[in-house]
Design a protein. Structure first.
Length: 253
């Protein structure tokens, strides 16, 4: 069965890379790519009637728990890419998995990824068991289970560090910092010389708690290797030390 009530099980959406989507080297920036992936996933969820804004009357909301993106090529300014995304049959209990592929204008795969989501109660922020009705939307995931066996660790020896004030523009409909902002903070911690000559090869993020308006965020990074460049990142509350997110990035130069 390829559709649910006329809505494709695997959603495909095409985006043009705009001038404000690229970084210092004309390639799409990591946080811009994450926004496009989030947009495609959200549009699919809306069509399937399970998007966050449609669940508000049930006092439920989706939050991203983990995501991993692996790239083999890098879209540039003015290029078109297509994002395919779908909820997978790996979903169970309180965890919902959504996989995706990134295709270039020739429809060659240049990236893939997987994400894990939790359905939370708006009132107490606790996970809720996935409703049985969601199963009808699910399709087999990628052959490679990208989120399996990932170990997230904070930096052991801080190489780079920056602080950020949480701004109103970074707060989303769930009244907390949008998940893409953590990626941008982590990347913005790295030296500009690195960002000028490197392209993201792999991104892994584990979200552990919510940053909110008024928080001061401390973003730290530890360089692990230089060929390829790889880093461990941590995003914390500067006042309390609470961890908001742990990240791993690998870069191609």
């Amino acid at each position: 069965m390829k559709c649910v009530d006329g809505i494709p099980r695997i959603w495909t959406e095409t985006f043009r890379i705009r001038s404000f989507d690229v970084g210092l080297n004309t390639f799409v920036s990591p946080h811009a790519l994450c926004r496009l992936i989030q947009e495609a996933a959200g549009n699919h969820a809306y069509q399937l009637r399970v998007a966050t804004d449609l669940l508000a009357d049930q006092k439920l909301m989706w939050v991203l728990s983990q995501i991993r993106i692996v790239l083999t090529d890098w879209p540039q300014w003015r290029e078109d890419i297509s994002i395919q995304t779908w909820p997978t049959t790996r979903s169970s209990g309180v965890r919902a998995f959504r996989d995706f592929r990134v295709l270039n204008a020739r429809q060659d795969q240049i990236g893939m990824g997987s994400s894990r989501w939790l359905l939370l109660s708006i009132d107490n922020r606790r996970p809720t068991k996935l409703p049985e009705s969601i199963k009808q939307f699910q399709t087999a995931g990628l052959e490679e289970e990208l989120l399996a066996d990932i170990i997230f660790e904070p930096p052991q020896r801080v190489t780079f560090q920056k602080d950020f004030d949480v701004r109103p523009s970074e707060i989303d409909l769930n009244r907390h910092v949008n998940n893409v902002c953590y990626v941008q903070w982590a990347v913005d911690t790295l030296p500009i010389e690195h960002l000028q000559k490197s392209k993201l090869k792999e991104l892994c993020v584990s979200y552990t708690s919510e940053a909110k308006y008024g928080d001061i965020v401390a973003a730290t990074a530890e360089q692990l290797t230089s060929s390829p460049f790889s880093f461990r990142h941590e995003i914390t509350n500067k006042s309390t030390g609470q961890t908001f997110a742990l990240l791993k990035t690998i870069w191609h130069s």
